[in-house]
Design a protein around this ligand. Sequence first.
Ligand SMILES: NC(=O)C1=CN([C@@H]2O[C@H](COP(=O)(O)OP(=O)(O)OC[C@H]3O[C@@H](n4cnc5c(N)ncnc54)[C@H](O)[C@@H]3O)[C@@H](O)[C@H]2O)C=CC1
Ligand SMILES: O=C(CO)COP(=O)(O)O
Length: 428
Amino acid sequence: MKNILIFRKFPRKALSPTSWHRPHHLARFCTTPAASLLAPHRCSSSPSRPATPSRLLTMSLPKSDACRKSKVLVFGAGNFGSCLADHLADSQHEVFVWSRSPNIVQSLNDSHRNPEYLKDHIFPATLKAIGPEFPTAETIQQMDVLLFAIPTEGVRQTLAVLRPALDEDNLPLLIFVNKGVEINTRALTLEIIVDTCGPKIAKVATFISGPSFAKEIVRRQPTSVSVASLSKEAAQQASDLFHQPWFRCYTGDDPIGVELAGALKNVYAIAAGMADGLGFENNTRAMLITRGLAEMTRIGTAYGASPLTFLSLAGVGDLFLTCSSTASRNFTVGYRLGKGERLSYILDTLGSVAEGVSTAKGLKKVIDDLAVSAPIASAVYGVLHEDKDVHEQAQALLCLPAMSELDLPSTPGRPAQLLMRKLGMEIV
Ligand SMILES: NC(=O)C1=CN([C@@H]2O[C@H](COP(=O)(O)OP(=O)(O)OC[C@H]3O[C@@H](n4cnc5c(N)ncnc54)[C@H](O)[C@@H]3O)[C@@H](O)[C@H]2O)C=CC1
Ligand SMILES: O=C(CO)COP(=O)(O)O
């Protein structure tokens, strides 16, 4: 598979070695390593800012191209956009975050806080917020990296506005972290990029996905993610940008699988939440995670992704995380449905996006097109979008006939092949 590499090299100065040992906010907040191991870091004038366990602070990364300072623009100042902006600013990159909310822009710039998301967190003073107007072409063209942290339904519109500012011969690194499928078109983000920006740009787009709650990343809890692109070099550069001892990156070349895994696991997290809400216990959750993984792998293989990708951080890693924690918004939606709340009320009061709700709709069309067996995803779709009763759907699932445990489709690959053809590439 031949890729033409057209994005810019990071042209930035090398960081001082100490900056890899200790991100700047920790340098500001931590006094002695022993104190930092035992207690959250304190700022005299502001509330606590918990940080990395001190032993990690003494670890250094090998010197490489990663040690270059990049100019990064993050689209979206929700939970994940803010959290990744925080991480990159702490790694000494020059980071700008764009928000549609004037209140968020002002608060991030004036008090280094996001008034709507990660409210307890104090962001690095070097992080600059811009908006609510869309960034100008001049601003965009100054960036080495554009990072998209908005829900999938907003990606097409954002890229359409952005496209005229992109120069195909001098591209920034383009990184996407959303986890969803577009409802009406069933498109993955890679396909949305082909449609709005063309194949040359899509070939170097990079996807980051994995078990990564924003609220834990800002507390520097060790986290690992999959980083995938059709371009090996783009994946490596994205990994270099993000990789730290507390944020480990693993590269791969199956962006379709990584994207699908990230989108699908949200639907199974809703199923696991429903089971919890209905009062089922640990055996049931383990069953849902395992059978959910089997379904995800079947859908992914029928789509043309590698089945192995579903065993990655983006696959089983994220599935396990979101199916087993009330910190997951998707799990919470399911839990509240299981407890009898109405979906419209849950979504009105959730305060943040749960992508599994819209993905279940797009996914249903994908499952029907591929004629693949996905009873759990279909049951979730029934509750969310056909107003079916959650108890009845659970009962119907439990009454399915016994079946073979490992059953992958024999003729995999149609949608991925079509997508690769749009990209002017073939699956090898
Ligand atoms: N929160 C988390 O821990 C993680 C989230 N993600 C994914 O990242 C994506 C964003 O999630 P969160 O930041 O958590 O959601 P959020 O609900 O906290 O924030 C979303 C942000 O995007 C903005 N937005 C929504 N539609 C937009 C549009 N059309 N144009 C521009 N901006 C728009 C919102 O105003 C908000 O600032 C989702 O796809 C999610 O699945 C991925 C990994 C972890
Ligand atoms: O994807 C996530 C963590 O990896 C976040 O999950 P939720 O969107 O369900 O909160």
